[in-house]
Design a binder for this molecule. Sequence first.
Ligand SMILES: C[S@@+](CC[C@H](N)C(=O)[O-])C[C@H]1O[C@@H](n2cnc3c(N)ncnc32)[C@H](O)[C@@H]1O
Length: 292
Amino acid sequence: MPNKIWRVVDLLDWTAQYFEQHAIPNPRLDAEVLLGHLLGKSRLQLYLDFEMPVFQEHLTPFRELIKKRIDRTPVSYLTNEKEFMSLAFYVDERVLIPRPETEQLVETILTTRTDSPQRLLELGTGSGVIATILAVHQPEWDITATDLSEDALAVAQKNADTHTGATQIKFLSGDLFEPIKATAPNGETQFDWIVCNPPYVKKTEWETLSPDVRDYEPEIALFAGDDGLAVIRRLIAEAPEYLAASGKLILEISDTQADTVRTLISAEPAYDSCELIKDYAEKERIVLASVP
Ligand SMILES: C[S@@+](CC[C@H](N)C(=O)[O-])C[C@H]1O[C@@H](n2cnc3c(N)ncnc32)[C@H](O)[C@@H]1O
């Protein structure tokens, strides 16, 4: 970045072009989000302050951010923020960056009519976005959220503390249903909802992932064995034991897994219905299975 007096507009133009030369997807947007983050301004404010000079105290850290983005660090890890259903969540490299597709999983739960407060279990909560948004919208619900990663749980707790009453969500650590089994060994704990956005990428797809994902997001949040179904298979088999009468299992899946997941659920006699829900791109990404 040459030495001169830089205005906001010059910095954005220069950075967007530099990102483009380095094949960074969304170069202009990334430039705006990173500069806005550093100056404490929204993207709209940046446009209103286009002529404002930017001095060395901000230029030096901005250069650092540009370098990290060229190394393909995701923007959300650089700003430590990701918006999910209109709320800002803290994220860092301990957790998967929440994806817009997951909003539909939450919306499906919120739009399913229920007469009484629901007991809901989220497995693999990561940054805690699903459990936290549900707690914000349904303060009467009894919500438990788990993760195998203690690091992820620390982030989830931080987000829950920011957006909900500190104790509204009960966080437990462990492998899938293990922490539930540990607190209620005789299967007395049952849920109306079991929710999970599980890891579902095939190990063999590692090379095909974008470097932003492959080199920065936690492996434990992405990969599930050679066919990507290792966790989904266990969820389908084990969930009925923890579902109350008329309880529902709802999962996010990849856009190539719908047929296999439908077959797995049909083969499990505990379920009496299975619905595949399409995302905004018309791909079957949400599976909703119920027990009688
Ligand atoms: C795809 S991420 C989902 C994170 C978050 N719920 C979301 O939707 O953005 C999957 C999460 O499951 C957790 N996980 C992976 N295997 C697990 C297991 N066997 N038991 C519990 N959690 C697991 C990972 O640590 C990760 O946080």
